[in-house]
Design a protein around this ligand. Structure first.
Ligand code: RIB
Length: 299
């Protein structure tokens, strides 16, 4: 099993259950508000751990973030490279509509206070063949990619949330690009999943692309093969963190040598279970539950 350094964001998620997303000029009361652990980095580390991977989480919390570190540890992740800035932990204000869809406002907080020295210190403990997992919610993303490439580590990037900075980046050192069709569309200017993958492969021939397609499942493409996976049917409660669950499970399975179709299937099942529960990290299932779940694949 490969070792995984997951360097990424940790957020306090303030989740508002809403009758509908608030409109410009409108004031509406939420049905309820709950505080959950979140951040794409934390969610993906928790998913990796719950899927059985060997994961170290690097990143930064503020003085109010110790409980997020505890959650990572409880899930089985090593937090030796998690630092405390003494300022404020990142926060996310999340509206969840009755359909389970969400919209999110981020405040980076400590997630944008990572330093090169801290990153170098973490990298001293990893070597060629280990995996680095990244998302786009922390500072120094380009530096992390360059360091990992220098070391010969395999880089997996979930380019979420997509922004102009990321669209300008050279992604050639990235081995696994795990993204949704909106992000794929923004990077390539294409709409059709196949075209998105082909455009990306045209630019980055060595890349392995995993494109999630919402209700249409997911597809994988590299220079030699293409695989498709449909979704598993559940009652949707909250979609927050479903993509992170998918990413963590996919990478965990691939890192232990499972085939791409097996990894896609486990990731899709885990994401379906996450969608049927509230919260982001809180909704991520353990591997035994994923394996035991009797869910029907959408035909
Ligand atoms: O992907 C879901 C996550 O996005 C939430 O947990 C929130 O913190 C934002 O980072």
């Amino acid at each position: 099993m490969k070792r995984i350094l997951s360097y990424g964001s940790l957020n306090v998620d303030m989740v508002y259950s809403m009758p509908h997303f608030v409109q410009p000029g409108e004031t509406i009361a939420a049905f309820k508000m709950e505080r959950f652990p979140g951040g794409k980095g934390l969610n993906q580390s928790v998913a990796l751990s719950r899927a059985g991977a060997k994961v170290w989480h690097g990143g930064k919390i503020g003085a109010d973030g110790k409980w997020l570190s505890d959650i990572l540890e409880e899930s089985g992740a090593d937090v030796s490279f998690l630092r405390n800035s003494g300022s404020s932990t990142g926060t996310a204000i999340i509206q969840v509509a009755p359909s389970g869809e969400n919209c999110i406002i981020l405040n980076h907080g400590a997630n944008y206070e990572n330093t090169k020295e801290e990153i170098d210190e973490a990298f001293n403990n990893f070597t060629a063949g280990d995996i680095l997992l990244l998302q786009n919610e922390i500072n120094l993303l380009q530096y992390l990619i360059e360091k990992a490439a220098e070391k010969g580590m395999e880089i997996a990037l979930n380019p979420s949330p997509i922004d102009e900075n990321l669209m300008k980046m050279d992604l050639s050192p990235v081995r696994y690009l795990i993204l949704n069709e909106i992000e794929g569309g923004a990077i390539t200017g294409r709409k059709e999943p196949e075209e998105i993958c082909r455009m990306l492969l045209g630019r980055y021939p060595e890349m392995k692309i995993v494109l999630t397609l919402g209700g249409d499942g997911a597809m994988y493409m590299d220079s030699e093969s293409t695989f498709r996976q449909s979704i598993f049917q559940v009652e949707t409660v909250d979609t927050t963190g479903a993509g992170d669950t998918f990413t963590g499970y996919f990478l965990a399975f691939v890192s232990e040598g499972k085939s791409v179709p097996e990894a896609l299937k486990a990731a899709s099942k885990a994401a379906a279970l996450a969608v049927s529960r509230n919260g982001a990290a809180a909704s991520i299932p353990v591997r035994a539950d994923v394996m035991a779940a009797q869910l029907k694949e959408k035909s």
